[in-house]
Design a protein around this ligand. Structure first.
Ligand code: PGA
Length: 251
């Protein structure tokens, strides 16, 4: 059975005190759940990862929102995979559309980041997704396939087994517009078939594929009910503990 995952991407929100408080609230709510089989991940900003990690129990895993493409050295302002790993974090979000759009992260750069993460035992949460014009002109399958091929298909099957994929249609991120349940299932199935064609059916069946884009407690159930949707990468709705819990319990 592949892992169900709900990951909160805090983006550039919450200072140290606010982040620690939110993490403690979420940890308390998650700890009270009976028989929870959902992996809960929090992704605070780099600067708060260490303290947020200390503030939560082992029921919560920590992710970064980005990682440097290089291992170490004269790269002012960058944060290496080894530094992230040394805080106790287990995951790294890579290729978020905001990184691709605002910071010029290309497929080639993202592949280097994925390799850095894996070399340091961080599991990449690799984001893919089309913009509105691509969806409207029916190019979304091609766009997503190319992003996967260029971002992660250079990996061996053993390396790829550590990758979580997150499908996030750019037109749904922070817009209040969600992909319909059918749209989500259709493209998640396509992504799983694409993985199966490359690494085989067994690997594809074990790959967690998350949906992201205006996912909240009120629509999580419908989205997560799909056979190929294994959870969510959550932005805005991850910033309020009760709302985030409603998503975690949405399976
Ligand atoms: P959103 O963001 O839930 O606020 O739409 C999702 C994401 O960008 O990961």
């Amino acid at each position: 059975m592949r892992q169900k995952i709900v990951a909160g991407n805090w983006k550039m929100n919450k200072n140290l005190q606010e982040g620690v408080q939110l993490a403690q609230e979420i940890d308390k709510l998650v700890s009270e759940l009976k028989n929870n089989d959902v992996k809960v991940i929090l992704a605070p900003s780099f600067v708060n990862i260490t303290e947020v990690k200390k503030a939560v129990s082992s029921k919560i895993s920590i992710s970064s929102q980005n990682v440097a493409a290089e291992a170490s050295g004269a790269y002012t302002g960058e944060v290496s995979a080894s530094m992230i790993k040394s805080t106790g974090a287990e995951y790294a979000i890579i290729g978020h559309s905001e990184r691709r759009m605002y910071y010029g992260e290309t497929d080639a750069i993202l592949l280097k980041k994925v390799k850095q993460a894996l070399a340091n035992n961080l599991k990449p949460i690799f984001c893919i997704g089309e913009v509105l014009e691509e969806r409207e002109s029916g190019k979304h399958f091609d766009v997503v396939k190319k992003q996967i091929e260029q971002g992660v298909f250079e990996l061996s099957a053993d390396e790829f087994k550590n990758v979580v994929l997150a499908y996030e249609p750019v037109w749904a991120i922070g817009t209040g517009k969600t992909a319909s349940s059918d749209q989500a299932q259709e493209i998640h199935k396509f992504i799983r078939d694409t993985v199966a064609a490359k690494y085989g059916k067994a690997v594809a069946e074990e790959t967690s594929i998350l949906y992201g884009g205006s996912c909240k407690a009120s629509n999580a159930k419908e989205l997560f009910a799909n056979p190929d949707v294994d959870g969510g990468l959550i932005g805005g709705a991850a910033l309020v503990a009760g709302e985030f819990l409603g998503i975690i319990t949405g399976f």
